[in-house]
Design a protein around this ligand. Structure first.
Ligand SMILES: Cc1cc2nc3c(=O)[nH]c(=O)nc-3n(C[C@H](O)[C@H](O)[C@H](O)COP(=O)(O)O)c2cc1C
Length: 329
């Protein structure tokens, strides 16, 4: 693997928040960039400090790209400029969120059927924003044909990069991502194109490398949540098994220390369970690990389930792929 490979951790609303990103950077590592979950509803008057709580103060150790979900150029400009003043240089615009209650409002992938609207918004954004803009998108909302009208619009503006998840919004996370579509639109892109979608383990990553020769920018998502060492494996820097176990325990410990500051056992357990929904796949016995974590109703039961998990052998490539598939069923 050449040194040019750039790995960005995909954003997950409600999971890859600041505490997760910091704990990951301190105890695991391997990602060159970490994308923050989207911010929305910041308005056009002033950005309320609460909206920036996940991003400030900026952590220089963990290079973060903030993300916005909006269909208002004014809102994006105001937020972008506020972030720029705090030292951020890029704001990612979410044109990929597939959920119908968002898409219905022409936000996320719901903008993709409206190329003229996208053009107007980009024109306005680029006339007034100081921060660099990148985009995370899908092939379309209803149909992968929509990208035919979207791509020429994106190619007209000086975007920092485009991250393409080759599914439609309607597909949510079901079925398979379409690597051929990625390869095709990569050839048509004026911008650096980042691949995102279904990088379930190192074997899958290597297959994608063969499909897109020369591709250097990648964004693994659920694969990293399943196996936090995925980025290090890709970079051929995987530590030995005992070191990994120790680092994973420390990573979990850091998450728990953070979670202790959230009021209420139920909310604390909720976040940790959301993390384990994916992380259970790190262990050979992932079904049993998942079952025990899900069943735990109080901190003692949770701790017992976690102790059980950390005693299991690590999963192999096929087991990780299987866990990944189970996430979308
Ligand atoms: C629970 C959940 C939350 C997500 N939150 C965001 C988000 O805030 N912003 C975003 O661009 N994508 C979000 N995504 C999409 C992921 O970043 C990623 O694009 C998707 O999981 C596909 O990549 P993967 O197959 O490698 O996981 C989310 C996905 C899930 C399942």
């Amino acid at each position: 693997m050449g040194t040019a490979t750039t790995l960005s951790m995909a954003p997950f609303r409600g999971i890859t928040t600041r505490a997760f990103r910091n704990a990951f950077t301190t105890h695991i590592g391997g990602c060159d960039l970490l994308y923050a979950p989207f911010i929305s509803g910041t308005g056009t008057k002033r950005v309320h400090p609460d909206k920036l709580i996940d991003l400030l103060p900026r952590n220089e150790e963990a290079p973060v790209v903030p993300q916005v979900l909006s269909n208002s150029a004014e809102e994006i400009i105001l937020l972008g400029n506020a972030l720029y003043d705090h030292g951020y240089t890029i704001l990612n615009w979410n044109l990929g969120c597939p959920f119908s209650r968002i898409a219905r409002k022409k936000k996320g992938s719901g903008i993709l059927p409206y190329p003229e609207l996208l053009d107007r918004l980009l024109d306005k954004i680029f006339s007034e924003t100081r921060i660099g803009i990148s985009i995370k998108t899908r092939l379309g909302y209803h149909s992968p044909e929509e990208i035919w009208k979207i791509w020429p619009v994106l190619n007209r503006y000086p975007l920092q990069e485009v991250i393409l998840h080759p599914r439609t919004g309607k597909q949510l996370y079901k079925g398979q991502a379409d690597p051929e579509a990625f390869a095709r639109w990569r050839d048509e892109s004026r911008h650096p194109l980042v691949y995102n979608g279904d990088i379930a383990n190192v074997t899958v990553f290597r297959n994608f490398c063969n499909l897109f020769p020369g591709q250097t920018q990648w964004m693994p998502g659920r694969g990293i949540l399943t196996d936090p060492f995925l980025a290090l494996s890709i970079k051929n820097a995987l530590p030995g098994e005992e070191t990994r176990r120790e680092r994973l325990i420390n990573f979990h410990q850091a998450l728990q220390e953070y979670v202790a500051s959230i009021p209420g056992d139920a909310r604390q357990l909720g976040w940790m369970k959301a993390i384990w929904h994916y992380l259970a796949g790190s262990f050979a016995n992932s079904t049993e690990v998942s079952r025990r974590i899900k069943r735990s109703r109080n901190p003692e039961a949770y701790q017992a389930a976690v102790d059980f998990a950390f005693q299991q052998p690590f999963s192999g490539e096929e087991e990780k792929a299987q866990h990944f598939r189970s996430l979308t069923r």
